[in-house]
Write a protein that binds this ligand. Structure first.
Ligand code: P6P
Length: 337
């Protein structure tokens, strides 16, 4: 009987967000409409990614994106899909995409009050070998309804109203927070609906996994090197941690959120600001981690306190289980003394 009840009492992401919205009587449903357009974009990209191998979408589109990386056709497709979906929602005014050097200012007739920062297909260098990739997004509210300017998106991550990612892997999983906890939804392709499968995700307080590209070890600073050394050769008699590194941020963060542990992309001598982008990689993942009871640290400060000065600015990031990040913060504090 319970199985039947569960089967018929499907909590879709739309119903879930409407329930959330009902907690804010003042809201006029704009956020729900915006989210439904983001969900539509995720469904489309999920279908395109799953067909990529068959539809010969794999391989270089020949162009390069603003990051100077070879752009693959799925990148181009995903970026176009999300920009069209976000504009047609009529609820956005500024869009910042990893794929576009400049911010996109939505024309006045289609303009709304939200700014969306996103990476339409993060980890795309893994497309050809079938590793999970994902869309990452964050949502700000315009400070007030003046003519939008670029400063409206250069806000600290703590000002985000919502953030999430959609992972295109063995299943299509959308993980989102609107500021009161983290929930995970899995796409049921037969229904075309995202169903609540991971209610109220909380990251374990401590984990047994660390996740970092050890190939950069020769360039790490002292505290990062000491932390990794401690994971591999613990001095307190505890067992060594496992290293898991997929090289696709959405997949590495999703595992960290569910299993615990840490994900690091530290600064190093080659890249003093690390590699990951503040607005549409660091901030959304840090927002989710804090909402799930974890932490996110830059090596200097709480990641969500950063105030970006440029759209595609990078930052080092250490995120994951609360107690594990405390250890990293202590190592950086000791270095600073
Ligand atoms: P590295 C993928 O290209 C990406 O932007 C993130 O998804 C991922 O976490 C990181 O770069 C991997 O970088 O230098 O370890 O290959």
């Amino acid at each position: 009987h319970i199985a039947d009840a569960q089967r018929t009492d499907l909590m879709t992401i739309t119903r879930f967000v409407l329930n959330e919205q009902s907690k804010h009587p003042e809201s006029r449903g704009d956020f729900t409409i915006l989210l439904s357009h983001i969900v539509l974009g995720c469904k489309f990209v999920c279908s395109a990614v799953n067909k990529a191998g068959l539809a010969k979408l794999i391989g270089l589109a020949g162009e390069t994106n603003v990051q100077g990386e070879e752009q693959k056709k799925l990148d181009v497709l995903s970026n176009d899909v999300f920009i069209k979906a976000l504009k047609s929602s009529g609820r956005t005014c500024i869009l910042v995409s990893e794929e576009d050097e400049e911010a996109i200012f939505v024309e006045p007739s289609q303009r709304g009050k939200y700014c969306v920062v996103f990476d339409p297909l993060d980890g795309s260098s893994n497309i050809d070998c079938g590793v999970s990739i994902g869309t990452i997004f964050g949502i700000y509210m315009m400070k007030d309804n003046h003519e939008p300017i670029i400063e409206d998106v250069l806000q600290p991550g703590k000002n985000m109203l919502a953030a999430g990612y959609c992972m295109y892997g063995s299943s299509c999983t959308l993980v989102i927070s609107t500021g009161s906890g983290v929930n995970g939804f899995t796409l049921d392709p037969s229904l075309g609906e995202f169903i609540l499968t991971h209610p109220d995700i909380k990251i374990p307080k401590k984990g047994k996994i660390y996740s970092v590209n050890e190939g950069n070890a020769k360039n790490w600073d002292g505290p990062t090197a000491s932390y990794v050394e401690k994971c591999k050769f613990p001095k307190d008699g505890s067992s060594a941690k496992s290293l898991r590194y997929i090289g696709s941020m959405v997949a590495d963060v999703h595992r960290t959120l569910l299993y615990g542990g840490t994900f690091l992309y530290p600064a190093d001598k080659k890249s003093p600001s690390g590699k990951l982008r503040v607005l549409y990689e660091v901030f959304p993942m840090s927002f989710l981690m804090e909402q799930a009871g974890g932490q996110a640290f830059t090596g200097k400060e709480r990641a969500l306190d950063l105030i970006p000065t440029k759209l595609h600015e990078r930052s080092p990031i250490f995120l994951g289980s609360y107690d594990d990040i405390e250890e990293i913060k202590a190592l950086y504090a000791a270095e600073g003394k």
